[in-house]
Every structure is written in C-alpha cells, then in structure tokens.
Design a protein around this ligand. Structure first.
Ligand code: URP
Ligand code: ZN
Ligand code: ZN
Length: 464
C-alpha cells in the first residue's frame, strides 16, 4: 500500500491501549495502524520515536471573538486556532449566540462568518437558545443542519442570555424528541444577584477587591443550579451536559444522577483542575476572574477523582481571552471585570503534566477525556476523537518529558498574561496534524489560516 504520510515508531494512544506502531495516512484519513510500515511507500515520513502519538484534542467549549461584558474576547479564529494547533487541539466547538431579534440560524451564520477564512483547524458551534419563546420552534431545523447541541445559560440576565426553568424544561423535552442535547451553564441567578448586591459596597470593595468574585460565588450557587437542571433532565428524559463544572458538590450530584440512570454528562475545565481561589491574593488576582469562579483545593481534588471514576467525561477550556487592558476595566469594581481566560494553547499540556505525569490519569484516560468522549458526546465520532482506521488524521505528537515554560511573550494566543505563566509544562505538541496536514512542526505553527472546515454533526453521540 502507498501512503501520503507515515508516522513512524511512536507510542500510539488508541482506544484499546498504548501500542508502539506506525500510522499510515492517505489524503485526510488514517488508512493503517500497524506494527511496521517501513516497507510501505510514502511521500513523507515523520519520525515519532521516543514520542507519544495522541488523537488530536477536541476543545468543545471555547468563545472566540465573543462580545461579552462590554468587551470582545481577544482571541479570534485566527489567533485562537493557531493557539489551539500549538496545543495539539484540532477541533473546537464555539457557542453561536443570537443577539436581539436574531434567530438561531442568524447566530450560526454569524459565527460561521467569524471562522471562515481564519480558522486553521476544524470547528463547529453549539447553538445558544437565549429567548426560548422566540427560538423554540427553530431548534429542530438546526438539528437537521448538523447542530445537535444547544446551550442555555441560567445566569447573564444583563447580557440578554438568561434562560429560566420553563425554557430548560421545554428544551429538554425537545432534546428527548430530537435525540439532541442541552448544555447548561449552571449557576443560581437570583441567589447570585442577591450575594453580589449585598457585597457591592465601597467599603467591601476597598477591603476585599477582586476576591469578592470568589466570595459571592460560594459552591451552593453552582450546586443548586446543577441540582435543578438535573431535576428537569430526569423528569423529561432529555440529554443534559453540565458545562465548566467547578465544584465537588456538583460532581457528587452528577455522580448520583448517573447512578439513577439520568442522562447527564459533565465537563470541567483545565483551570478548575489546577488553580484555586487563592490566586486572588496575587497582585494581579483580578485577571483570574472567570465564570464560574475558581473554587477551593478540595474541589480541585474532587474534580480529578470525578475524571478518574467517570462522572466527569470531558476536560475543555472555556477559552474566553481578555487582555490586561481589557481586564483593567474593572477599576476596583469586581462586577466589571470581563470574565474569562485563555486556555486552548495549554489544555493538553496542563492535563498531561498534572494528570498523566502526576499519576492521576493514564494516557488512555487522557485521550478519553480530551478526544474520544468529547467527539462521541458531541456527535463527531467516529470521524474525530480516536486513532483508528477511517478517522480523520488529526494527531498530536508529544514528547513525554520535554517541558516548555508558559510565557505569554512566546505564545500564539493574543493574551498578554496567562493563568499558568511561569509553569514548566510538558505535553506541548511537537507535531500537530489536522486531516493529514502538518500544521505544527517542531513546536512551530506552520498551517495555513482558513484551512479549517465547519463540521456537520450527528445526533448519534447524544442519544441515551
Ligand atoms: O468566564 C467565562 N467563562 N466567560 C465566558 C462565558 C461563560 O460563562 O462561559
Ligand atoms: Zn458559562
Ligand atoms: Zn463558556
């Protein structure tokens, strides 16, 4: 057999285990995974000896060029997907949000315009239902077009995004009928409003500064909302996915619901696995404001446990980059800090370094949480998510121990700060392939902007 590319001699992380193997690629697709392809013809050979070959990572929770809190997030599809490629991420799923008067179709079209001509890797969107009464009858048509996942926010009234229980209940019923899935940002809006109002005084802002971000978001704010979303999921039978889960209590609730057979999945993000709210003691602590807020060391440990035991299925980033200048808009008032942080470039390095190298996850588990599960749950398998014959040749070739210091000055993201700044992380991608094409070579981004494609998805992954 003749191949366009052979990846030779790496430790290949397949769904069945790690095997020393060669990978043969024809066109955009994996055509062979075999012990030894050295006698086969190939236009190009990539040496992976001494390296781990992982399936390309899917970051299924990003916000690129998002207008939010009076700013626009600073990584667009150009810088965001360059950063992704450097981090071994080969697919992103963003959130298409309809603004005043817009339909779900308008939102999808607007987000496609942001991505086209800029994205280096493949992409698609979850469709946000922000005005349920107006949008509910548009949902089925979006599923038919290859958008099987929808999102409702339980907070963000001031952005015009907030959904109530009526919307969640009805949307989950529709998800059941359509075989689609509802993603939920779970925080308890009214209690959060009350806690923010109580603390929004000049005296407390003077005393606590940005720490008020953490103080006004105790764990029960997330846990109550997760519990309520699960209740609607349970009675409707619709599929539910909790995005960016940050608490031990939330993890316990998901575990208990799954044990009862409820069709609920949970995702956490890299920052909730490594950082806690002690960052607010740092001089630039306000930079870490994100939503939900970083929690306590006990939550960090429980989320790792949840990954290991299975109730947490996916690690994503919730990339929503704001620069130092944008974050400075807070001017002493924590409610005005644009919430979010960069993450795409460091997702794989963070989970590899603190997960695999620290013995919390095996390589196969890493590939499950970053590639196989997100692809399966979001309706992209078997095309994405695993190294197997017939799948897109999306790969990240990683040295097992080579560490690179996180330094915004040398990164692809537009962020001029980084939540992991100064850490020496292993797991950056030496070589990234997207659909058979090398887009990162020797740790340097070499892919063409605009080569990324929109990915239609099926409902197969999300059916119970
Ligand atoms: O801080 C964050 N996460 N910003 C993006 C919006 C969201 O809630 O995901
Ligand atoms: Zn959110
Ligand atoms: Zn988000």
């Amino acid at each position: 057999m003749t191949f366009d590319t052979i990846i030779h001699g790496g430790d290949v992380v397949t769904p069945g285990g790690v095997v020393r193997a060669d990978i043969g690629i024809v066109g955009e697709t994996i055509a062979a995974v075999a012990d030894d392809l050295s006698s086969a013809d190939a236009a190009r050979r990539i040496d992976a000896t001494g390296h781990i070959v992982l399936p390309g990572v899917l970051d299924v929770h990003v916000h690129l060029e998002l207008p939010f809190m009076g700013a626009v997030s600073a990584d667009d599809y150009r810088t965001g997907t360059r950063a992704a490629a450097r981090g071994g991420v080969t697919t992103v799923i963003d959130f298409a949000i309809p603004y005043a008067g817009e339909s779900l179709q308008d939102a999808a079209d607007n987000w496609k315009k942001k991505a086209e001509g800029k994205a280096m890797i493949d992409y698609t969107f979850h469709i946000c239902v922000t005005r349920w009464a107006e949008h509910k009858d548009q949902i089925a048509g979006m599923v038919e077009q290859g958008f099987p996942t929808f999102k409702e926010f339980m907070i963000y009234e001031s952005e015009g995004w907030q959904s109530d229980d009526r919307a969640m209940f009805d949307t989950l019923e529709r998800m059941k009928k359509l075989g689609a899935m509802l993603l939920v940002h779970a925080e308890s809006a009214r209690v959060l409003d009350e806690l923010i109002d109580r603390h929004h005084t000049p005296e407390l802002m003077q005393e606590y500064g940005a720490r008020l971000h953490a103080i006004t978001r105790p764990n029960f704010v997330e846990a109550e909302a997760i519990q309520r979303a699960i209740a609607w999921c349970e009675v409707t039978g619709g599929a539910l996915y909790i995005v960016h889960m940050s608490t031990a209590e939330g993890t316990d609730l998901v575990r208990a619901a799954q044990a009862r057979g409820v069709n609920v999945f949970a995702e956490t993000c890299a920052q909730y696995l490594v950082l806690d709210d002690s960052v607010f003691a740092e001089p630039d602590g306000h930079l870490y404001a994100c939503c939900p807020q970083l929690k306590k060391p006990a939550d960090v440990e429980r989320l790792w446990e949840g990954l290991k035991s299975g109730e947490v299925s996916v690690v994503s980033t919730d990339t929503c980059t704001f620069t130092r200048e944008q974050k400075a808009m807070w001017n002493g008032d924590w409610t005005k800090i644009p919430m979010g942080m960069p993450g795409l470039e460091t997702l794989l390095p963070v989970v590899y370094t603190y997960g695999v190298l620290e013995g919390r996850l095996t390589l196969v588990e890493l590939a499950q949480k970053l590639s196989a599960n997100p692809a399966q749950i979001m309706g992209l398998a078997p095309r994405k998510g695993a190294i197997q014959v017939g799948a897109d040749a999306d790969l990240a070739i990683v040295h097992p121990t080579h560490r690179i210091r996180v330094d915004p000055a040398t990164m692809e993201t537009n962020a001029d700060w980084n939540p992991f700044e100064g850490r020496d992380l292993a797991g950056f991608s030496r070589t990234t392939l997207s659909r058979g094409e090398v887009i990162v070579d020797d740790y340097t981004v070499v892919g063409q902007e605009g080569r990324g494609k929109w990915l239609p998805r099926t409902t197969a992954g999300v059916r119970a």
